[in-house]
Design a protein around this ligand. Sequence first.
Ligand code: GLU
Length: 552
Amino acid sequence: MSDFELMAELLLPNIKHTPEYYENLYPARNLLEGAAVTRIAPSPTGYLHLGVLFMALTNRIMADSTGGIMYTRIEDTDKKREVVGGTEDIVNGLHNFGIDMDEGFTYEGVKGEYGPYRQSDRAEIYQTYVKELIKKGLAYPCFCTAEELEAVRTEQEKNKIRTGYHGEWAKHRNITVDEAKALIDEGKPYVIRLKSGGSEERRITFTDGIKGKIEMPENDEDFVLLKSDGIPTYHFAHAVDDHLMHTTHVIRGDEWISSTPKHLELFKILGFKAPKYAHVAPIMKMDEGGKRKISKRKDPEAAVRYFIEEGFPPEAVIEYLMTIASSEFEQWRRANKTESYKKFPFNLKKMSLSGALFDGVKLLDVSRNIISLKSAAEVTEKITDWAKQFDTDFYEKLSRDAEFTGKVFAIDRDVPKPRKDLAKWSDAKEYSAYFFNETYIPCYEPLPGNIDASLAADLLKEYITVYDPADEQSEWFEKIKGICPKFDLAPDMKTYKASPEAFKGHPGEVSTIIRLAVTGRVNTPDLCGIMKALGKDEALKRINDAIAFYSK
Ligand code: GLU
């Protein structure tokens, strides 16, 4: 046995497999040429972050647009940061946004032939590959303590040398088996480091799917592959997992660009074909005149939960994120109004290089459009579901009389040009306030045009004589028009405009007075529909209250 082989046996005596074993266990995938295998590899460290949702969406459309597949791998190598239920939160959260995985951790449980899909269950696999590297003299144990590493760093800083464990600063690079054995016998903890063959003087280039050609110095750091507990670092796990799971495209946050030379070195020495990398810029926010990364600490919208609590339909959030994901999406959408976003021909090259700004106003707009196209039944159901979770008072009102609630949200729905009053389900509370006695606030002003209180009272009295709750929109409006001549009001806008002084009002003004009386507002959806929903008794009561107010 060579010294390197002896070292490998000393450090990892229990590892019996060789890499070939795993290469055979996880053969190439049976996919068509060009089909992308993508993945997200989140850490279960808490709630679903907007960045993870965005990354999942990007990976999903990349897989879909090439006829490929996407899987979820859980990167739980940092046990200190792990949160109970973190994995489920991510998978279920994505499912609520219509993003489901083909493999790995999915909404229907863990599935696939390339698992385990949780890194903490893969220790033996990583150790097998590390053992092979040690055997070849490409990895070695390092017994430096945190204090020693800190002392090296201070020394480097003092001498203006690039900090890190590289070259002559890599203290244990040439450690012998005997030295290692002695330290292990003393009970000293150690990590396994790469023996880097790179040089800072040389450059490597790679083509990033989003950012194009990138040139950087080679890695020359003997970075850690396995931590002292035998669990890999992100770098090593990434190389082994994405190789064995046959990932074709690693689409990940651009904070990983600076580590890519490390990863490319690993792929090379392990004899793996490197995946295509695409580094996605983070979603940004404007803050005090400057652009900054959206922050878990400062921004409520960093947590996907925020959008659910506010009552944005998940499909609206996705539609909005698609506009961030591709500069070509909106144009495509205009030409493909009813098509699923999944049909969009996604191209990584059209992603933002510097990070798209999160635009809350645009999200509201997108959402308003999406809600306007929904059926009355769906809107009613979604509002009720939302209220049940997030607003119990409102839910109590909505569930008191489901038929009535259905009528309220059916007004101006399922029509060719639906109104866009609701941008999120939470808006429904204010939108529908006047339908419920507890939240209806009478308000009889301002009266339109030249109409004074006594004329308003007379108009309402006259209206009561013709009001029939059975009237549909056109009859309803004919009756309003019919009232006008009796009060020397023009029956149509045109005459009124031509000679304003001759008339005191027009049908629009009469309906405004009725609208004020019935809703306390000057702008509402279809008033005939509102009165129908309220019912004859309530509508008449409110009109009579208004008459009393104007007659005072
Ligand atoms: N766990 C890594 C992260 O959350 C995954 C990066 C990757 O996609 O490779 O940043």
